[in-house]
Write a protein that binds this ligand. Structure first.
Ligand SMILES: [Zn+2]
Length: 265
């Protein structure tokens, strides 16, 4: 199945993505529309997964994709930018659906949402360069990064919305954080920050499931990690006085605001 001699394969492109490429992908209006090692005795990583059947909207292929059984994983905590931590495995690692025939790849929530024009763009720009790979049942962080980068390249190829590309970049940044790879984490956070700002102006809410206040908070949290402390504080000051914030978000806003104020003082 594998064709490692294919020099012009899509996998070669994954590590060649630069911040400039990612920035450029956000500039035009969009088209249409750590691997957890703790072992809970009761629930194994395999218990948390099942094979979900998909039909590829590009090529009609029927295939199965590893999917999380929601009731099996346990939420532990959120980091400041809302990166979630679960046990015994990370649901985010499994949120990419990849057609092993044509290479069309997307986040599960976006997989079926493809226009005719986008289908053609995938056939032209992705399929000729794609070859299938065998993945193990349990994905480690490197496999997660590879699959999300495939989704990112697909989204760029189909001229996907800024919000979708930014959300994928945020996830990739989180995975690099799992690997303690600060350089790549920051690169993808910068891309996510730019993309979410574009999405805020051009896309309709909810953006990848994020409501306006949550997205603003994430923009502030990412900004604080990439050196935009003043911008982030301005956003947080506007947010904290809004009505109707849910208690969890409000507490995150206060926490981050206090941290940034201390840094400034
Ligand atoms: Zn397909």
């Amino acid at each position: 199945m594998q064709n490692n001699d294919n020099k012009n394969s899509i996998y070669d492109e994954l590590n060649k993505l630069t911040l400039e490429d990612l920035y450029a992908s956000f500039e035009k209006p969009t088209a249409s529309n750590k691997s957890v090692t703790s072992k809970k005795k009761e629930i194994s990583a395999e218990d948390c997964l099942y094979d979900k059947l998909y039909i590829c909207p590009v090529c009609g292929n029927n295939f199965k994709s590893k999917t999380i059984r929601k009731g099996k994983v346990r939420f532990i905590s959120n980091e400041l930018d809302l990166k979630p931590i679960y046990e015994p495995i990370q649901p985010d690692y499994y949120d990419i659906v990849l057609c092993d025939k044509c290479g069309y790849t997307a986040m599960s929530s976006k997989f079926d949402k493809l226009t005719n024009t986008q289908e053609e763009l995938i056939k032209t720009n992705i399929t000729p360069k794609f070859f299938p790979k065998q993945y193990p049942i349990i994905y480690d962080v490197d496999i997660a990064i590879e699959r999300y980068k495939l989704a990112l390249i697909n989204s760029i190829a189909k001229k996907g919305r800024s919000g979708e590309k930014a959300y994928i970049c945020l996830k990739i940044a989180w995975f690099y954080r799992d690997k303690a790879d600060l350089e790549n984490e920051i690169m993808y956070l910068k891309a996510a920050h730019k993309g979410f700002n574009e999405a805020f102006i051009n896309d309709r809410f909810p953006i990848c499931g994020l409501e306006e206040n949550t997205l603003l908070y994430i923009i502030a949290a990412i900004g604080s990690r990439i050196g935009k402390i003043d911008d982030s504080l301005r956003i947080l000051s506007r947010l904290i006085v809004k009505r109707g914030l849910n208690a969890r978000l409000k507490s995150k806003i206060s926490e981050l605001r206090e941290i940034l104020k201390k840094i400034k003082s």
